[in-house]
Design a protein around this ligand. Structure first.
Ligand code: ADP
Ligand code: GLC
Length: 531
């Protein structure tokens, strides 16, 4: 813990059972406030700030494993720009406590399951200044390895406790008897399975609570664990029921979120529809379909300051739509860095990705031979499943002049590939939203994507008509198979060699409005509709 944090935190006033007199008093106050709000006209109501507690297991630049961190770093900031009062709640991993701006002890929460006490550290995001509350609990969060996996890549065995505590703290802060009495949220927006128990804890606390919103970023991760965790985490045994926490004989964090949340958002309109079908629902399609009218598909935005080719600190050569030739210089440096032949004309195919079945890169490996025979180069940055890592390693060993592979996590290189590559490859089997294809658009690196989830919603296939009307931004294929992907990449390469047409596609993508303004205002509408 950084030395500058003052000691002797104030003690929480929350004890189980919740002190009933205390919150009855608050209810009276709430009723009075509600009466005032009802008396206000629609314009005055619009001006009332929403208090939103945004609960997440990762947030860029504090800690990141994937797109959830990008969204948790940028959506709260966008809501704040709209005037709303947002605070982030995140586990106090070592990196978080180190990077938090102006950290100070806020209070101590007591009587939590198994761990007893945790300390809430207040601070701000280093870049945007969004207020953050980090849960300091060294035995849970301050260890080597990642947020979810140990250094050997296995799930932490105590993940149910680690994220059960995150959910429990979110529920306490979201209740009207929160120890943070001067900041009780209207909305608790919790994300993915890691925050999934939040509305269940709220429901069984007996206290009046904020409205809850589940943000689904990936239904494939569900946080399923043994039934014994229900009691260990302090949830009532009767909640372990098909109408509750139970999911095929296990406790499911995500199912709890889907079942108990007041509203559900997911990260693209297409994915919102897909998750209600057997192909994409990972077993939860039935339950999701029953909640259909509460599901909102809102396309992610991107952080256009962090991902900005005109001012990217990871690039030596800034560029914009009028200076696309600068991209060639970045391509040359990338080729040099990855040991590839310095060939300006070779179409350089870029990939930055978690290496998992979801991303469909096994299909791309199957296409590699004909693409290399056609003179392409490949630059890959990623990590994940050993079979895929080895597959790309082997390819680079066999074709060192044409294939450059970097296994691991590397923020600067991810920007350099995005800028230096000619075409970005993202053949995902499913993709709730996907941010990389949008970074590709912004960096003048047209993406090749499969028509699914957010990829379908953010990339417009280059056809005669879309080229004519100026909407073409990339290349889209339908079937998740080798031949469909290969045909699509070949189509992209054909146009790459037609410079005027190619530059048109690049510019179409670069001028697209990919920022958060529009989507953040839709989130705000969803929150308001609950109040
Ligand atoms: P997902 O969250 O499913 O992994 P997204 O496209 O939404 O997919 O987001 C992935 C994010 O993680 C992007 O910001 C991408 O640049 C980043 N990323 C993925 N792999 C790496 C890596 N190996 N090194 C650096 N950044 C990476
Ligand atoms: C998940 C999804 C990805 C999405 C990201 C942010 O990691 O796999 O598609 O872009 O969350 O919402």
């Amino acid at each position: 813990m950084p030395g500058k944090i003052p000691q002797n935190p104030p003690r929480s006033r929350v004890a189980p059972p919740f002190p009933h007199q205390y919150y009855r008093l608050l209810q009276i106050n709430c009723a009075e406030i509600a009466a005032i709000i009802i008396a206000l006209g629609p314009q005055e109501k619009e001006k009332i700030l929403l208090r939103i507690l945004f609960v997440t297991s990762e947030a860029f630049p504090l800690i990141k494993t994937g797109g959830l961190a990008d969204v948790s770093g940028s959506l709260p900031a966008a809501l704040r720009n709209l005037g709303e009062d947002v605070r982030l709640l995140i586990p106090g991993y070592r990196q978080v406590l180190e990077k938090l701006r102006n950290p100070r002890i806020l209070l101590e929460l007591q009587w939590l399951p198994i761990v007893g006490n945790v300390t809430l550290i207040a601070g701000e995001m280093p870049d945007t200044g969004v207020p953050v509350m980090a849960i300091a609990c060294p035995q849970l969060y301050e260890r080597d390895g990642g947020p979810y996996l140990d250094p050997e890549g296995r799930e932490w065995l105590d993940n149910p406790l680690r994220f059960g505590i995150l959910s429990r703290v979110a529920a306490i802060l979201g209740s009207h008897v929160s120890p943070l009495a001067n900041w009780i949220p209207d909305i608790v927006h919790f994300n993915d399975w890691q925050g999934g128990l939040t509305p269940a804890f709220m429901r069984y606390s007996g206290a009046p609570c904020a409205k809850s919103v589940l943000g689904i970023h990936n239904l494939a991760f569900q946080g399923n664990c043994a039934e014994e965790w229900v009691e260990k985490l302090g949830l009532p045994p009767e909640a372990f029921h098909i109408e509750g926490l139970e999911y095929y004989g296990q406790l499911s964090f995500l199912k709890a979120g889907v079942y108990y949340a007041d509203s559900i958002t997911t990260v693209s309109p297409t994915y919102a529809a897909e998750i209600q079908t057997p192909e994409f629902g990972f077993g939860m399609q039935g339950l999701l379909a029953t909640r259909s009218e509460h599901i909102h598909g809102i396309l992610n935005g991107i952080d256009t300051t962090e991902w900005n080719p005109t001012g990217d600190p990871h690039l030596f050569h800034p560029y914009d739509t009028e200076h696309l030739d600068q991209k060639q210089l970045i391509k040359r440096e990338l080729q040099q860095r990855l040991g590839l032949a310095q060939n300006a004309d070779a179409p350089l195919l870029g990939i930055v990705s978690r290496l998992t079945h979801q991303k469909g890169l096994d299909l791309f490996l199957e296409c590699a031979a004909p693409l290399l025979a056609r003179g392409c180069q490949i630059a890959l940055l990623g990590g994940g499943e050993p079979l895929l890592e080895h597959g790309f390693w082997r390819l680079s060993l066999n074709h060192p002049q044409q294939v450059g592979v970097s296994i691991g996590y590397n923020e600067p290189l991810s920007h350099q590939i995005m800028a230096g590559a000619d075409i970005f490859i993202m053949p995902s089997r499913f993709e709730p939203c996907g941010l990389n294809q949008m970074y590709g658009l912004r960096y003048g690196t047209p993406p090749v994507v499969r028509r699914t989830g957010g990829l379908a919603d953010s990339v417009c296939d280059a056809t005669e008509a879309s080229l004519e009307d100026g909407s073409a931004t990339g290349f889209v294929f339908d079937l998740a198979d080798r031949q469909a992907l290969l045909n699509c990449v070949q189509r992209a390469i054909d146009l790459y060699h037609d410079k005027p047409v190619w530059e048109k596609i690049q510019r179409n993508g670069m001028v697209r409005d990919l920022g958060w303004n529009h989507s953040a205002s839709i989130y705000r509408d969803v929150y308001r509709s609950l109040l």
